[in-house]
Write a protein that binds this ligand. Structure first.
Ligand SMILES: [Mg+2]
Length: 303
């Protein structure tokens, strides 16, 4: 089969034709050397960048182009959610190998832009290049009321530790390759509404679970200089405790509150208290009385 591949300019033209969205502060989007964004006077802008690499974050034999597009953006949006931020704009750079023909690129963009529309984040620019393996780099910018970005470092002894959703689904899906867990692995849902809600609840700290609860909660505890005592974890149906604790890619939020919530869900999203923050050796964690090792997905430890 002959692979059709358009020129760089025509790929950009097709992106623009698909509709890249607008936001209040985006003065100038795709088409010039830079985008122009004008923040509101009373907000701080937060930024994050994430790589999505062939054979590291996805395999083209297993993952559809649409799910790769979705996940590229979801990873950035999840970081915005963890800071309590609302999406403002994003930038997308793609390195395209020869196997990525027009049909694949179109499906990738459709998956990316469908989530972008739902999240209300315009694609304001980016870059294209050729390379042997596919790589996507997403830069996402969010806005928070000035001075109120939610950090990892604010947890205090006595705080209640919560997690959204159920954990271990993405790791189970990666292993099984089928069913709801596989869908969960392919299309994680960034918890943007919850992220904004956390500020109004007075959350003291938050982080998104990208590399596994144990490792990400450990990072929060280290940043806050505290320890954590856990008593139970909400499991994705069929997932093991190991998958929930040490699997990556769930993109749920872990957050701490000075008082317990009177609700157990935000809309359809379950919210579960999993333990308390305590004074102790920073980063120390236990689950059900047993020491919890901060192992998870680490790019520099994983072959
Ligand atoms: Mg993160």
């Amino acid at each position: 089969m002959r692979r059709e591949r358009s020129s760089e300019n025509s790929v950009i033209a097709r992106i623009v034709t698909k509709g890249t969205g607008e936001s209040a502060g985006l003065v100038l989007g795709i088409g010039d050397d830079c985008a122009v964004f004008r923040p509101a006077e009373d907000e701080d802008l937060v930024f994050t960048t994430d790589l999505f690499l062939e054979d590291r974050h996805f395999r083209r034999t297993d993952h559809s182009a649409g799910s790769a597009g979705h996940k590229t953006l979801a990873r950035g949006l999840s970081d915005l959610a963890a800071m309590g931020a609302s999406p403002r704009f994003c930038l997308l750079s793609l390195a395209l190998p020869d196997w990525a023909d027009d049909a694949w690129i179109d499906e990738f963009l459709d998956g990316f832009l469908a989530l972008a529309r739902r999240a209300g984040i315009p694609l304001a620019g980016g870059d294209l290049a050729r390379q042997e393996r596919f790589a996507a780099d997403i830069v996402a910018c969010g806005g928070v009321p000035r001075g109120l970005a939610l950090r990892r470092s604010g947890a205090q002894a006595g705080d209640w530790i919560y997690v959204s959703g159920q954990l271990g689904g993405a790791a189970l899906g990666l292993e099984s390759g089928t069913g709801a867990a596989w869908e969960r692995h392919l299309r994680p849902e960034p918890r943007l509404d919850l992220g904004c809600q956390l500020r109004t609840w007075g959350a003291t700290a938050a982080i998104d679970v990208s590399d596994g609860l144990a490792l990400d909660l450990h990072r929060l505890c280290l940043a806050s200089g505290v320890a954590a005592v856990l008593d139970g974890i909400p499991l994705f149906p069929g997932a093991s405790l190991q998958q929930a604790l040490h699997g990556g890619d769930d993109y749920e939020l872990v957050f701490t509150l000075p008082a317990p919530l009177s609700i157990c869900a935000l809309g359809d999203l379950p919210l579960t208290c999993i333990g308390r923050i305590r004074n102790g050796e920073p980063g120390t964690m236990s689950l059900g009385g047993q020491a919890l090792v901060p192992a998870g997905y680490d790019h520099f430890q994983t072959p």
